[in-house]
Design a protein around this ligand. Structure first.
Ligand SMILES: C[S@@+](CC[C@H](N)C(=O)[O-])C[C@H]1O[C@@H](n2cnc3c(N)ncnc32)[C@H](O)[C@@H]1O
Length: 259
């Protein structure tokens, strides 16, 4: 057997992807706010970077209308499969493609009006290349609007991430930049900053069982409820006897490619 551990999209399964689509209430709420901020217009071409199971595509298509184009990009085959199904179900005429934030080879230079990205960029390790790729595909004046996880707070989702059996590999798959690091990479990218802010949002899950299912699906199986030790479960039960409410530090930005 190979000793190379599968990462992120490679580790995912149809079951985890299906669970994610069902329980992405937090991401859905954040995404609707992000779409408001980005304000897709009639006839625009909008690319959803890290579209996952494609749940934002319907709301975006409603905004851009029949003459607009919607493109979803994600490296995860299992999640894309669900996005394609949703796109057909809602007759969206969306283009869905496998790709990574720093390599969206199927999209032409200067061809996109808006890149939208909801809770993806903490998974992207090479932020300068990622920003350069968005700048390549956006037309001059085009906008890149994103929200993602910021610095990890103790006593928040760390209570769960720290229980991932191979957490070192998991943390190595992610890059949670601090304020100075984000500002530095954005400045170096040549994007104009119209908004860059930190938010304290809350991830609310009905109970511990729902939280365990959520973290399994969200981490594409890196977190595993079955792998928890009895005393870890006990400690979680003591800390979270009812609803699980976790503070999340997030970064939100509205960037524009110069004319
Ligand atoms: C928490 S989900 C968010 C999905 C969707 N944007 C939403 O709001 O539900 C994170 C997504 O980022 C994708 N992803 C991970 N690494 C990526 C990369 N390098 N480039 C693009 N997407 C990536 C994952 O496959 C996953 O679908």
């Amino acid at each position: 057997m190979s000793s190379v551990k599968p990462r992120g999209a490679l580790r995912d399964t149809d079951e985890l992807a299906g669970a994610y689509a069902r329980i992405r209430g937090f991401q859905n709420e954040r995404c609707m706010e992000l779409i408001e901020l980005a304000s897709p217009q009639k006839s625009e071409t909008v690319l959803d970077l890290g579209c996952g199971t494609g749940d934002a595509l319907v709301a975006v298509k409603e905004r851009v209308g029949g003459s607009g184009r919607v493109i979803g990009v994600d490296p995860d085959k299992a999640r894309l499969k669900i996005a394609i199904k949703q796109s057909r179900q809602f007759d969206l005429d969306a283009v869905l493609m496998e790709g990574k934030a720093d390599d969206i080879a199927g999209v032409d230079d200067n061809s996109v009006d808006l890149v939208l990205s909801n809770y993806v960029l903490h998974w992207v390790l090479n932020k300068p290349e990622m920003l350069a790729e968005q700048k390549r595909i956006l037309r001059p004046g085009g906008r890149f609007v994103f929200e993602c996880g910021g610095e990890l707070l103790q006593g928040g989702i760390r209570d769960f991430f720290d229980l991932i059996p191979d957490r070192e590999s998991f943390y190595a798959e992610n890059e949670f930049l601090n304020d100075a690091q984000w500002r530095q990479v954005i400045r170096a990218s040549g994007f104009e900053i119209e908004l860059f802010e930190w938010l304290e949002v809350q991830l609310q899950l009905t109970d511990l069982r729902a939280a365990l299912e959520y973290f399994e699906a969200m981490t594409q199986g890196a977190f595993s409820a079955a792998a928890l030790r009895a005393r870890d479960v006990e400690q979680l039960q003591i800390k979270y006897p009812g609803e699980v409410v976790l503070p999340v530090s997030a970064v939100r930005a509205f960037l524009r490619k110069p004319l």
